[in-house]
Ligand binder design. Structure first.
Ligand SMILES: Cc1cc2nc3c(=O)[nH]c(=O)nc-3n(C[C@H](O)[C@H](O)[C@H](O)COP(=O)(O)OP(=O)(O)OC[C@H]3O[C@@H](n4cnc5c(N)ncnc54)[C@H](O)[C@@H]3O)c2cc1C
Length: 295
């Protein structure tokens, strides 16, 4: 590994100033689970690492307008075990629980999972389905983006040079709604997904028809994607095998998987169609329970 300098600033302003000063040579480090491996493999060779770990408050998980705001430095394990997340958005706790092993989850951070922009990661999929927004900060100020617009290409995000992810805001689910995350991994339980699907479904007050749905997928292309075509088929419809089949076919047409050691592109496309049906079924069931509770 190439020798590098290391800074651990105490404030965000300091971190941004160091990033600005060192330009392309500098790289943010959070949990280090991806970056250190990439440095060892010489895929990246930064001359300057700027750690975010000493910035106070950046790991906070807090209530936000009925939803939740998660600081960029919160670890996957923090999210998985947070009583607030478990109470308000159990699907999010469940999604983070499905990441790798406890050892990785104790180190990897929410900001790192977003900035790394690996299309095989779990958290972005559920964050897209939940309609979350990424908060970004640079020396020119702050901005926020829907998570689905944050991913631009293979390992490429919308972050401009010198910008950092500072958090993610996840809205509360609408009344009479349910959510589910399905990670299909036929190899080992701590692997990346072969295909991952997250879905949210809102039903009308009597639970008869779908009011709205959001569907997101991971490991099916160069970025996580939102399946808007399939979502459009669900609005106003009654639940049933025919509807799920239609949604599955729409998803199969929308994905563009890469063949790798987890499966061929054709296999992943097929499984995306199947898994979307499972995720929608679970989200719909949860929405019916929620609708009963609101009656
Ligand atoms: C063996 C293994 C298995 C894994 N399996 C899974 C899995 O199944 N599912 C899954 O979802 N994840 C999995 N992960 C974790 C995932 O791939 C990343 O390693 C992790 O999300 C990166 O988080 P980090 O905090 O460690 O980031 P780091 O390694 O510190 O950084 C990663 C990248 O993001 C940048 N960065 C970090 N934080 C910020 C920030 N706040 N603002 C701007 N840029 C930032 C860094 O500069 C770097 O480019 C696995 C990791 C390992 C090592």
């Amino acid at each position: 590994m190439r020798a590098f300098e290391y800074a651990a600033p105490r404030t965000l302003d300091e971190a941004l100033a160091v990033l600005r000063e060192h330009g392309d040579e500098a790289r943010v480090i959070a949990g280090g689970t991806a970056l250190v491996t990439m440095m060892r493999q010489r895929l990246v060779s930064p001359g300057y690492l700027v750690s975010l770990r000493d910035i106070r408050g950046l790991d906070r998980i807090e209530a936000d307008n009925g939803g939740i705001r998660i600081g960029a430095l919160a670890t996957h394990r923090d999210v998985e075990t947070s009583p607030l997340v478990r109470e308000r958005l159990p699907v999010l706790a469940e999604t983070f629980r499905r990441v790798a092993s406890v050892r990785i989850r104790n180190m990897a951070t929410v900001g790192g999972a977003l900035a790394h922009a690996d299309p095989n990661q779990d958290p972005p999929v559920t964050l897209i389905a939940l309609g979350a927004r990424v908060e970004i900060c640079g020396t020119d100020g702050r901005r926020a983006l829907p998570v689905e617009e944050f991913f631009r290409d293979y390992y490429e995000s919308a972050l401009e040079p010198g910008e950092v992810v500072i958090g993610v805001v996840v809205p509360q689910l609408a009344p009479a709604s349910g959510a589910a995350y399905v990670k299909f991994l036929p190899r080992t339980a701590d692997d990346y997904a072969t295909v991952a699907v997250a879905a949210t479904v809102s039903v009308d007050p009597d639970g008869e028809r779908c009011r709205a749905a959001r569907i997101a997928l991971g490991s099916v292309g160069v970025t996580p994607i939102r399946a808007r075509g399939a979502e459009g088929l669900l609005a106003g419809q009654r639940f049933g095998a025919e509807l799920l089949r239609g949604a599955g076919e729409a998803v199969k047409g929308a994905v563009d998987p890469l063949s790798d050691h987890r499966g061929s592109a054709a296999y992943k496309r097929e499984m995306a169609g199947v898994m979307v049906g499972r995720a929608l079924t679970r989200a719909w069931d949860a929405a019916l329970v929620s609708a009963r509770g609101t009656r």
